[in-house]
Design a binder for this molecule. Sequence first.
Ligand code: SAM
Ligand code: SF4
Length: 329
Amino acid sequence: MNPVDYLRISLIDRCNFRCQYCMPNGDELQYILQQNLLSREELLTLVREVFVPLGFCRFRLTGGEPLLRPDVVEIARDLAAIPETQDLAMTTNGFLLADKAEALYNAGLKRVNISLDSLDSDKFDKIIGNRGRSRWKQTWEGIQKAYEVGFDPLKINVVVMPGINDEEVLDLAALTIDRSWHVRFIEFMPIGNAALFDRDGWIPSEVLRQRIRQQWGLEAASITGAGPADIFQIPGAKGTLGFISQMSECFCDRCNRMRLSADGWLRPCLLNETSQIDLRSALRQGISTEDLRDKVRHLLDIKATINFKDRDNGTDTGAYTRTMSQIGG
Ligand code: SAM
Ligand code: SF4
């Protein structure tokens, strides 16, 4: 078992996009009330006094869309300043990144993953559920700005959906030939929008690798902070290709992470809702940080028994109450 030392922190559940694969069609989401979001101070207390003493040293800011949080730069600065922090990263849709990239970098954020599911602006808008002026260009500018500012590695996340963007896999992979970008293809997961999953299914990473191999060849490679991705490279390319295959290959045994929602629920597994704990209420009730640590320690102790595979033995109902935008990916 890997040590669990990586915390994904959702800063806000709201988003300025409405990606088909992430949010359900039609129904309005119930957003967390402002007063129920963890404040910057509460978050810092939890990280410094609960998570760090338990060995967490790698943090990722996510959402919803983390750049919608007005104090995102200050939060990044707070977390970067903790002496035990070994790695601080963010996952963003990039739409607001051009304006914030420099301040975030100067605050101590050094790695960023940006979602970009299409190079075609019309298709992009369709995927993100945008009906107004196209949002592709501003997102692309956000990526360029992050690159200029020095984020390294700069990763592009692509959720591959059959019949929607899978035809673009070669074009997206080609971005890595002349740029030291890292494009990661993520298997679509049946969470958030089950209708899309039922209709079209998902494409195994190996099918994508075969397409890329046929075009250019493909060799094994490595990269810092690869997480659950299997890393490859087009021969001679400056960047790499990552494949996150949670549907075709179970990597629960390698899992090193927990997830903290914007309202303070600690979740031991992305796809299993059992055993979550409400740290915000506990903190606001005045429970000591020692006692909070004990609760989290207990969750760490049982984490290995709580995973995606539980769906098969009936201990998880599979009825996910939170969408991906609420969990943070
Ligand atoms: N808004 C930010 C973004 O889009 O990058 C951060 C939050 S988003 C929930 C985090 C990651 O989850 C993104 O890379 C997104 O592509 C991924 N994601 C969302 N829904 C997914 C799904 N159903 N299957 C696989 N990945 C998904
Ligand atoms: Fe928003 Fe990210 Fe979900 Fe898209 S994937 S709806 S950008 S949270």
